[in-house]
Design a protein around this ligand. Structure first.
Ligand SMILES: Cc1cc2nc3c(=O)[nH]c(=O)nc-3n(C[C@H](O)[C@H](O)[C@H](O)COP(=O)(O)OP(=O)(O)OC[C@H]3O[C@@H](n4cnc5c(N)ncnc54)[C@H](O)[C@@H]3O)c2cc1C
Length: 293
């Protein structure tokens, strides 16, 4: 497998399109993911990432499906990795396995506390922050390109935006080569976030993470701001699922076009293993002259 760093792709200067899947737990889930993948192939994503299950639940599936997507579709794959529930020795062997499998990009995260426990607690001999994991991987496997997470509306646990930005800068200074953001629906939050990062000396690319919204409840758990206009459009769609999806597709299309016009280095679509919304958005963007190839 040709090892390619996402940081190299970003340096090419053309906007990148990438998608994110989560590891399927059942054969039915897997079939759905593979169908979505086949459909998305038409748009040739620049890279595809696969999330890492919280609390060990879907962990073994991340590497499995990442390998399968790489070999079936020839995509540049980026597995995610979190600090949740693993000692540094365990993390070392997971990263070594990723390396042996030919991956050279990792989305490097702390992870959320397992469901039901509100506070993140590092395991004995494990790591407390994503920055610890970034430093650890860079020390032992320096040829990985590491992505890190950023929060245009602040990470919920951070006492202030300034603190959160300083922590993000620390992660980047230790070796994070690009930032992928948490989802957001108001581009002003993204542009303000990027400006504030530039002001404190973070010059790495910030890839906006976009979740095509399907309904109001879908984003409530993230505590993300829903612009009034979007909220009203979804309300008007009522229980009509096709209409809800259409609202999400149109909002995301306009949002991404505006982000790319404003200089964003690409877009990362959280597709939730479904293809309809992502296909609608990518199709619209192509019609409007974005991502022509
Ligand atoms: C693009 C993206 C992909 C994701 N993929 C996954 C996934 O695959 N699996 C999964 O379980 N979760 C995933 N998440 C969710 C993520 O794990 C959570 O948001 C988690 O709560 C924080 O992870 P982090 O890597 O940003 O943590 P950190 O960067 O460690 O930050 C966590 C909190 O600690 C604070 N902090 C950081 N360093 C310090 C310090 N030195 N001192 C004091 N405070 C500090 C930060 O300000 C923040 O409030 C993803 C999030 C994003 C945006």
């Amino acid at each position: 497998m040709t090892a390619t760093h996402i940081s190299d792709l970003l340096r090419q200067g053309r906007p990148l399109k990438s998608v994110e899947f989560y590891p399927p737990k059942t054969e039915k889930d897997k079939a759905r993911l593979l169908l979505a993948s086949r459909r998305l192939q038409e748009f040739r994503p620049d890279f595809v990432s696969v999330t890492y299950g919280a609390g060990g639940s879907t962990r073994q599936f991340t590497q499995e499906i990442t390998c399968q997507l790489q070999s079936e579709f020839g995509w540049l794959m980026m597995p995610h990795l979190t600090c949740v529930g693993s000692t540094r020795d365990e993390l070392f062997s997971i990263v070594r396995d990723f390396h042996h499998a030919g991956f050279r990009n990792i989305m490097t995260l702390r992870g959320d506390p397992p469901k039901g426990s509100g506070k993140f607690v590092a395991v004995k001999d494990g790591f407390r922050y994503a920055s610890d994991l970034v430093a650890f991987i860079k020390k032992h496997f320096p040829d990985f390109c590491l992505g890190v997470a950023g929060y245009p509306e602040k990470h919920p646990e951070a006492p202030s935006f300034e603190d959160d930005l300083a922590h993000l800068k620390f992660k980047v200074d230790l070796g994070g080569e690009f930032i992928t953001t948490q989802l957001f629906y108001d581009n002003a939050a993204y542009f303000d976030f990027v400006n504030r990062l530039r002001e404190i000396g973070v010059d790495k690319p910030v890839i906006p993470g976009i979740l095509p919204i399907l309904n109001i409840g879908q984003v409530e758990r993230f505590g993300i701001t829903l612009p009034q206009d979007l909220f009203q459009q979804l309300k008007r769609a009522g229980k009509d699922k096709a209409r809800q999806r259409q609202v999400g597709i149109e909002w995301a299309t306009d949002q991404i076009a505006d982000l790319l016009d404003g200089g964003a280095p690409g877009v990362h679509l959280f597709v939730m293993n479904l293809s309809k919304s992502a296909l609608g958005i990518l199709h619209n963007l192509r019609e409007r002259g974005y991502f022509p190839d």
